[in-house]
Design a protein around this ligand. Sequence first.
Ligand code: PEP
Ligand code: MG
Length: 539
Amino acid sequence: MSWHGQSVAGSGGLVLGVVQKLDDRHHIIPEYKIKKTQHESEFRRFSQAILQARLSLQNEMIMLKEHPHAHELLPILESHHLMLSDPELEVGTKRFIEQDCINTEWALKRCLARFEQAFEHMDDVYLKSRKADISQVGQRIFQCLGTSPQATNQAQSIMLAVDFSPTDVVSMWRDGVAGFVASQGGKDSHTMIVARGVGLTGLVGTHDLFDQAEDGDILLLNAEDNTWRLNPTADECLAYELKQQQLDEKRNELKAYASQPSQSKDGYHLPLLANIEFVEEVDIALQYGVDGIGLFRTEFLFMQSDTLPCEEEQAAYYQQIVQGMGDKPITFRLLDVGADKLAHVQAMFGDYDGENPALGLRGVRMLLRNPGILKTQLRAILSCAKTSDISILVPMVVSVNEMIAVRKQLQEAKLELGIQQDIALGCMIEVPAAALIAEDLAKVSDFFSIGSNDLVQYGLAVDRSDEHVGYLYDVNHTAIKRLIQMAVDAAIKRDIPITVCGELAANTSWTQTFLNMQISGLSMTARHVLAVRKQLRAL
Ligand code: PEP
Ligand code: MG
């Protein structure tokens, strides 16, 4: 049956592939039909898995008894044990195996979904909240069934999941996956930003596609106009090929701009820079002829490891970036662990569990709370200062004092390392408060960089990763234009450079406006540089 639909956002590109569904821990849950003769062996597999899951849980409970927080943790595991012993779990799963002739994993998934629905409809808030336990119990059984995390080369596969983190996107890209689809997510979420950066075709905010699709279905993603087609007809596949050709031609035509200067028709030089997250993106950026790196989001290095990277590790990583970029300028953005990245680095900062991380300890707030982390990062970045043109950007600034405090640490780090040259320290304008006090911030900053992604998020009170409010995420809102203009006016008044490093920088309908505003540079996902340069050269 052919289905089609619209998503909230796409990362660009067209792809035709085979659906591979992942569970919420990104394990592949195999779904296939079985013969009647296989029922008995599937029953046995399931009974053994349940037994194994119960045993492992019992062992954990015994070990936990000595733990100082045993009184909080044990009741949770006890409730999991009760669920595992619930006859309805076993009977229900086996019923699905038998009636629908499906494999154990698929049957278990259906049975768990029934349980979850039952909890969902409960009036009791406490019982409703136990829904998460069902999924944890399910994961335990899936593990015992030998369901393994996805890896390996999946050149034809389009991965479907409820959500993907930015690091998931990078591993899929490294594994050679054809594309991905997430039910959740917004246009300028970091997942989308990274997907655009590495050039992996994907859609976010597709709502019900996950439920409609089955493993092995053919899926056509059009991440140019944010649409999808499940099990397309032969005619639709033909139309896809035609569109793919047109897209290739458009891309080829743009290649000519990679070697041209970033200059308007009347000679105004507007540097076009790249936003990068990973060292692998340096080569991509160079291919597109960028004039430098305007935003290196350093937090992704931290997200790839379980422990805090030490000064030497950070320095080695940063040096790879600067060496790759040669003599082109690079702006390092200090660690900014936003709400959508928190889960990966939480443990490093003492299990921070603010109720609302987007409004909590992120960016400069977290750095000033952990001066050791800030100093180590500054020293690691400064190790590149002798050989390269570097500057440093401070995220999530809302007060003059935050800039002064970071500058103090920078001076100390320079002194410790015997570095005398000036290192420009810039302030991100990404919270409305920063735009409103831009004149004061300009006195303590060497440059500004407008982070339009967060400026829209905080300016319009719209979570950038939430597909439900995606329709409100509007960079053209008058309030956003006014905030940007305020920052620009302050920068011009104090004669400091001001760049734009949010996704807005790549919006060609804004290029003329940026020129009129006398913006000093635009930093964006590297592959967008060519279209912006084409636009710039025509103005
Ligand atoms: C921004 O907020 O616009 C920005 C560039 O930073 P990030 O997207 O990493 O939050
Ligand atoms: Mg930001």
